[in-house]
Design a protein around this ligand. Structure first.
Ligand SMILES: *[C@@H]1O[C@H](CO)[C@@H](O)[C@H](O)[C@H]1NC(C)=O
Length: 213
C-alpha cells in the first residue's frame, strides 16, 4: 500500500513535470534592435511591393515558401515541445529564399529594387546577430523529422522541384507572411498587439496546445 501510494506520488510528480510550461529561452535582447530596423522596412511593403507592380502580379515560389502563421501552428501541434529556435531557423531559411526570388524578378532599374535590396541587407543583419547570439551546437541540433523534410524541400535545386510543388504568390503577400511570422516567432521584441491573434497560444507551452486538441 505504501509502495503504491509512493508510485502514485512519483507518477503525479512526473506528470506535473511534463505538464509544466516548457521554458523557452527569450529572444536575446541584442536581436531586437536589428529586428525593429527590419520591421521598419517591412512597414513600407505595400508602397514598394504592390504599387510598383502590375495588378495581380505573382512570382513562382516553392509551396514551402508560402510560410504562414497557420504553418507554424501546425508544426507546433505536430511536434511536441518544438523548440522556438528551430522555427526561427526555419524562418530564416524560408525568407532568404523568398527575398532572393523577389529580387530576381526585378530588373536593375525597377523603382522598388533599392527597397528590396535594403530589406535583404537588414534581414542579413538580423541573421548575423542570430548566429552570433546562439552557440553553434544549438544551431546545428538535429531537426525533428517533419521539419527536416520541409528544410530539404526548401534547399532543393529548383530544377529538381516537381511542377506540383510550385505556387504563385504576389510579392506583397509573401512579405505579409514574412512580417506576421516574424512578429510571432520573435514576439519578445514586438508589442503583443503585433504578435498576431493566431499566434497567441504558443510560446512552446504544451498546456495551452493540449487544451486546443
Ligand atoms: C513594427 O512596424 C509597425 C508598422 O508596420 C509599427 O506599427 C510597429 O510599431 C513596429 N514595431 C516595432 C516594435 O518597432
Amino acid at each position: 500500500m505504501v509502495q503504491l501510494s509512493t508510485s502514485v506520488y512519483l507518477l503525479g510528480g512526473l506528470l506535473g513535470l511534463l505538464l509544466s510550461p516548457v521554458r523557452v529561452a527569450p529572444t536575446s535582447a541584442s536581436m531586437c534592435t536589428p529586428l525593429k530596423t527590419l520591421n521598419d522596412s517591412l512597414s513600407h511593403r505595400r508602397r514598394y511591393m504592390k504599387h510598383n507592380f502590375p495588378i495581380d502580379y505573382t512570382i513562382r515560389v516553392h509551396q514551402k515558401e508560402v510560410f504562414k502563421l497557420s504553418n507554424i501552428n501546425r508544426m507546433r501541434l505536430q511536434v511536441e515541445g518544438l523548440d522556438e529556435l528551430i522555427l526561427q531557423r526555419l524562418w530564416f531559411q524560408v525568407n532568404q529564399g523568398v527575398l532572393k526570388k523577389i529580387i530576381r524578378v526585378m530588373p536593375e532599374r525597377h523603382p522598388s529594387r533599392p527597397y528590396a535590396t535594403e530589406l535583404e541587407r537588414r534581414f542579413r543583419d538580423v541573421e548575423g546577430v542570430f548566429v552570433q547570439s546562439h552557440p553553434a551546437e544549438l544551431l546545428q541540433q538535429e531537426l525533428p523529422e517533419t521539419i527536416q523534410e520541409t528544410w530539404d524541400h526548401l534547399t532543393e535545386e529548383s530544377d529538381r522541384v516537381p511542377e506540383s510543388s510550385w505556387r504563385l504568390a504576389s510579392p506583397k503577400s509573401l512579405l505579409d507572411n514574412f512580417c506576421h511570422t516574424m512578429h510571432c516567432l520573435f514576439s519578445e521584441c514586438f508589442a503583443s498587439t503585433e504578435a498576431q491573434q493566431d499566434c497567441k497560444y504558443n510560446r512552446g507551452n504544451p498546456q495551452v496546445t493540449l487544451g486546443r486538441l
